[in-house]
Design a protein around this ligand. Sequence first.
Ligand SMILES: [Zn+2]
Length: 415
Amino acid sequence: MFDNYQFTAAERFMRYVQVDTQSDPLSSTHPSTEKQKDLSRILVEELKALGVTDAELDEFGYVYATLPANTEKKVPVICFCSHVDTAPDASGAGVKPLLHKNYGGQDIVLPDDNTQVITTTNHPYLKEKVGEDIITASGTTLLGADDKAGVAIIMDMANFFTRNKDVKHGSIKILFTPDEEIGHGVDKVDLKKLGADFGYTLDGGERGSFTDESFSADGVQLVINGVITHPGYAKDKLVNALKIAGDVLASLPRAELSPETTEERQGFIHPVRISGIAEKCTIDFIVRDFVTEGLKKKEEFLLSLVEMVMENYPTASFEFNVNEQYRNMKEVVDKHPQVTEFAKEAMERAGVKFERKSARGGTDGSRLSFMGLPCPDIFTGEMAFHSKQEYVSVQDMNKAVQTIVHLAKIWEEKS
Ligand SMILES: [Zn+2]
C-alpha cells in the first residue's frame, strides 16, 4: 500500500517545529498563548489544500476536520488527536531542526551549544536507530517533537487518504488541541461537534508503544488549624500549625510511596505545596495509583498518619479534603476491546511490534476517555521530550503514519 507513497511527515515536521507554540501555565486564557494558533492556522490551510473542506480553527485554538467516509458500510467514527503546544520546560522559540541522515550510532553533539550532547548512554533507544534519519534541535531550544511529531503524522495520514481514494475508510475526524502540556488540553473541546465514537492520541514514544493505561489521580488538601495566642503569654495554650505541618511531612514514608522512590506500577503520595501561618497551614498533596481502589487506600493511610500526628495536639483541628483529578483510562478503554485489538493489528500490518505501556501521569486521552471518547495513545517516535536533547526518527514517524492508515482501514473492514 505504501510502495509508491512519498511520506510527508518529516518535511511537515521540520516546518511545524519552527513555529513557536509554547503554552503558558500562568495564563488564564484559552488558549493560554495566542501564538499556538499560528501553527493551527497553517494546519487548517494545509488541510483545505488537501481538500478537507470542513477544516476549521475555533476561538479556543482547537482544529476540527473530517475525512469523509468513502465506503457504503456503517463504520464507527474514529478520531486522531495530537497537541500543537510545546512544554514550558525549555524555549520553543527559534527552533532549528537538524536532520542527521543515516545515523551512525555516535553521540550527537548539538552545534549551537556543545554541552548539549545526546549520548547513547543516556538515550539507549538511540542505539536502535542506527541507519535511520534522526531529527534533533540545535542545542538552545527544545525540538517540539512532543507533539509536532503527532501533528505531522496525522497530517500525512490525511495526505495519504486524499491521494489514495481506493483505500476504504469510515469517517475520520482530526483534532488538534492547544495547552496539553499545562493540563488544559481538553478544557474547551467540543466533543459533540467532533462527533467521534473512538479516538487515538498520537503522543507516544518508542516505535510500537501503545498506552491504554494512565494513573488514577486525586488531590488531597490538608488544612491544619492551630491555636493562636499572643506569643508572650502562650505557655500551654499556643499550638503552632506550621509545626504540626512539619510533623505531618516528617511522618511521610521516604523509602516507599514517594515519586523519588517508586517506578513502573507503583503509586505514591506526594506533597506539592505548603502555605500558611502559625494559626493555620495548608498542605496540598497529589495521590497517584493505577488502581482507583489503591488511591483510596493511600488516602486512608495518609489520613491515619495525620490523625497520629494530631493526637499530640488535642486542641488543634484539621480538615482533610479529597478531590478527584483524573482516572485511569483503562477503566473505559477495556470496555471497548476492539479499540486496542485493531491498533495491535494495524501495527502488525505496518511491521511494528506492538508493546503495551502504562503512563505514569495523565494524558489528554485519560480525560477524553472519561468524557465519553475512549482514547488510548499510539507511538510517534518522539523521545527525550521537554528537553533540548529531544529527538525523533523519521522512520518511526513513517511507521506511525502507516499504523494509523491501516487502523482506519481495519475499522472499515471489520464493520
Ligand atoms: Zn505530548
